[in-house]
Design a protein around this ligand. Sequence first.
Ligand code: SOE
Length: 388
Amino acid sequence: MAKELRIGLIGYGFMGRTHSNAYKRLNDFFPCEHRPVLKAICGIDPEKAQAFAANWGYERSETDWRKLVDDPGIDVIDIAAPNSVHHEIALAAAKAGKMVFSEKPLALNVAQAEEMVRAVEEAGVPNMVWYNYRRVPAISLAKQLIDEGRIGKTFHYRATYLQDWTISPDVPQGGDALWRLDAAVAGSGVTGDLLAHSIDTAMWLNGPIARVTAKTKTFVTQRQHAVTGKVQPVTIDDACMFLAEFANGSIGTFESTRYARGRKNFNTFEMNGADGSLYFDLEEPEYLQFFEYMQKQSGKKLESHTTGWRKIHTTNSEHPYMDRYWVPGTCIGYEHTFLNALADFVMAIERGERTQPDFRSGLQTQRVCDAVLESAKSGAWVETGVEV
Ligand code: SOE
């Protein structure tokens, strides 16, 4: 008999949908003892919350998240609401003894994130941040190759995360759909929204970022508010570029913008090590590119006219997660990254372990984001304080 994992989801936007899909499909693909039960969805608009509940199969809808936190029939509080409410909800959920999941970035700033880590650790409740890109099979394969020592000592890390949906000055800011353009709700612009993903992936693959120097830019400085109709100053960073020095001595560049015409969700990284390089591009998500430098093996010279990059189609059952899905050569999608993250979490608690990234790991990414924003203001190099 499956054990129930009773879910209370807060937020019915894009992320509420990706998480709900993961809950519904978990047991179809992964051998977990636990079966998610969709108990309640909470959102500020009662009609939208009700429609979401009906569509995805939640037993009920609420407009006050405290009703979910106080409900003894709920095991997990999943925060998929805008960034400004993560902190308050997570603290209350941990106090109530619930497992807590949070969308990224964990918080508005380091001070909030530290309190959230303290709350879940003192309560001893399992916790997770939905940095879903770690669970792209090609990115997990990159991690495996790095751990196997296949690229050797790293010299360079290069990340880009580009979009183009805010170029028009007519795009309003704020409200349900466009809160990502309002720093009071989002914390920052592309730094917390997009670079947070790049930073999480980078530190997972290449270890802690020790110090940064950054430049941010706001191209459109005034926008109409989506709810009030008032024209107001724009407080987010539209673009951010930073240089990083990792604790392992390698150096990195990170670039993000919502003004790269034609780029919809262009999330890439390249790593160059002494023995090899890796390249990933989310627009070709099932491929990992790998260059392996081999000098001599068993007396045979291997560097030759056939040396080159390998474009690995990560769809074999030997590749991370792929034994759970289809036959080799067929691919999985964006939604499966959330499913894979959930499966890792559930299977870890079933083994009595904890999964990554947890809140403590989310705090390290937050430290880098805050250091980037501070450096963009001062123009100086800033120590991140990331735990080594
Ligand atoms: C922003 O457009 C956004 O939806 C981010 O908030 C997500 O985290 C990212 O994965 C896709 O883009």
